[in-house]
Design a protein around this ligand. Structure first.
Ligand SMILES: *Cc1c(COP(=O)(O)O)cnc(C)c1O
Length: 224
């Protein structure tokens, strides 16, 4: 199937769930991104700052760029002028830097806090206690150029559907708890970014509002 056909298939599939498709275009050439664009796709996800910045410069300006990868503080300045949503924020220090760069660009940057849900060593993210500490800290209260609009998580890379479902369910529960308990004007829990090519169906069933899908749209990636 073509990229355009894949986009249309996904849009049909997610329609009943009221979720958004983030097409993850990392490593793919601009021609592929343009095919998605011409099929109506406006939300694209990248995980490397340099690649994201280059593609932003080369491609139509009404694309909404999602930074989905691990973000280093010294690179925030490159994406601050244009990034639509930063999915993987996992520390107050990073949030402080995003706030500083957002202020320099005279804008507000929306962020998702990444929560550690997988039973794997290598994944980034906050645990529940760290999340609550961050949201209740005085330093957080002073950040006037960022807004937390939800949570993001990655499930364990496993064939075991039960494990994945439990992790997504845990994240959804935490999302609902924060939504109910937190009344900071900097926090508005509306997006739950979970699900990729291998597990997006389970994620949708468990309440995802944003699935980040790469290979099922653009084909598998070749890393060199
Ligand atoms: C690459 C990536 C995806 C998409 O992965 P696929 O398995 O190709 O759908 C989603 N989320 C993050 C954080 C990624 O880095």
């Amino acid at each position: 199937m073509s990229i355009a056909e894949n986009i249309s298939k996904f849009n049909q599939e997610i329609a009943p769930f009221n979720a958004k498709l983030i097409a993850v275009s990392k490593t793919k050439p601009n021609a592929d991104l343009l095919q998605a664009y011409e099929a109506g796709q406006r939300d694209l996800g990248e995980n490397k700052v340099q690649e994201l910045t280059q593609k932003y410069e080369d491609l139509p300006k009404d694309i909404r760029w999602h930074m989905i990868g691990h973000l280093q503080r010294n690179k925030v300045k490159y994406i601050a002028p244009f990034v639509h949503l930063i999915h993987g924020v996992d520390s107050l220090r990073l949030l402080v830097e995003i706030n500083k760069q957002a202020e320099k660009n005279d804008r507000m940057i929306e962020c998702l806090l990444q929560i550690y849900i997988a039973k794997e060593e290598s994944k980034f993210g906050l645990d529940e206690a760290e999340l609550k500490d961050l949201l209740e800290s005085e330093a957080f209260a002073e950040l006037n150029h960022i807004k937390i609009v939800g949570l993001m998580g990655m499930a364990t890379n496993t064939e075991n559907e039960k494990v994945i479902r439990n992790e997504f369910r845990e994240l959804k529960t935490l999302f609902e708890t924060i939504k109910k308990e937190n009344n900071s004007d900097k926090v508005e829990m509306k997006e739950l970014s979970m699900g990729m090519t291998g597990d997006y169906k389970i994620a949708l069933e468990e309440g995802s509002t944003m699935i980040r899908v790469g290979s099922a749209i653009f084909g598998s990636r070749n890393y060199h």
